[in-house]
Design a protein around this ligand. Structure first.
Ligand SMILES: CC(C)(COP(=O)(O)OP(=O)(O)OC[C@H]1O[C@@H](n2cnc3c(N)ncnc32)[C@H](O)[C@@H]1OP(=O)(O)O)[C@@H](O)C(=O)NCCC(=O)NCCS
Length: 257
């Protein structure tokens, strides 16, 4: 059994190469074979609860980097907790109980990417879903006043999914922005408007006035999860004016000139 047997999907998304890996219920020795010895040592320092998701995230990121012919050396963590990658690559990891994903792209024009997954809430909540009506309402923490106003006009059954989607998009944005500006960014410093086709209008209102940045986000569904990605870069750094980051990422992943 090799680490690659745990891979569920590998796809090109607008913001980079994305690989999904099943989180193991127990760590089998075959999965460890894909890790560098420094990664195995690091894994040993983590709590037993953290090990399966950390491992699955590393397997996913190594596979994404291999697909880009950029897999070289261990993937440890930066001081802030982001995956430490080769200089010419930007990438991000997310994991939940059963699934871990990695997103990677070439770091061109200061590009930084982020990814997040969240289990898709049942619609409408199933009576068998224990305590669904007792879960804390995170909408006022996660959403801006304008986003809350748009949420209020949705039918009851759709609101929870919309809140989770906003949460996930902002987590993906955070993972892309934090490595650039090096500070905590609150949920009130970005607003997102996800559209049915997977595109998202993003507005950054960074409290310390950093930037300007160009920020994009996308959402889709995969393997029972909402999958969100974000791409951020300093404004004016793009190779060709008017060319979207999504196009840059796809070109780079596919090796197009
Ligand atoms: C760091 C944070 C984004 C992680 O999200 P999460 O839902 O708890 O967990 P996920 O599984 O999705 O992501 C965990 C991965 O995030 C990555 N990560 C952690 N800190 C990071 C950072 N500062 N920058 C980028 N990526 C980071 C790591 O790869 C980590 O996995 P690993 O430790 O196994 O390598 C979240 O805990 C957080 O602190 N959010 C800050 C507030 C925020 O999101 N604001 C929105 C502003 S628009």
């Amino acid at each position: 059994m090799s680490a690659d047997d745990d891979i569920i999907f590998r796809v090109d998304l607008p913001h980079g190469r994305c690989v999904g890996v099943r989180v193991p219920t127990a760590i089998n020795p075959g999965s460890l074979l894909g890790l560098d010895h420094a990664e195995r040592d690091f894994l040993g320092t983590l709590s037993l609860a953290r090990r399966p998701t950390w491992l699955a995230g590393r397997i996913a990121m190594h596979a994404a980097l291999r697909d880009m012919e950029r897999d070289a050396g261990p993937i440890l963590a930066t001081r802030r907790g982001a995956p430490e990658l080769p200089d010419e690559v930007t990438g991000s990891i997310s994991h939940k109980q059963t699934l871990a994903v990695a997103l990677a792209s070439h770091r061109r024009a200061g590009l930084s990417v982020g990814v997040d997954i969240e289990p898709i809430p049942t619609l409408p909540p199933a009576p068998s879903d224990p305590g669904w009506d007792k879960r804390p309402d995170i909408s006022s923490r996660v959403m801006t006043p304008e986003e809350l106003a748009a949420l209020a006009i949705l039918p009851d059954g759709l609101r929870r999914r919309e809140v989770i989607l906003h949460f996930s998009l902002k987590e993906a944005l955070y993972k892309a922005i934090n490595p650039i500006i090096g500070r905590y960014v609150s949920f009130q410093e970005a607003s997102v408007l996800p559209r049915p086709d997977g595109s998202v209008a993003v507005t950054l209102t960074l409290a310390k006035g950093e930037g300007p940045f160009v920020a994009e986000a996308r959402w889709s569904e995969i393997d029972g999860h909402l999958l969100t990605t974000a791409a951020v870069r300093p404004q004016g750094e793009e190779r060709k004016r008017g060319e979207s980051m999504a196009k840059l990422a796809v070109e780079e992943t596919s090796g197009a000139p």
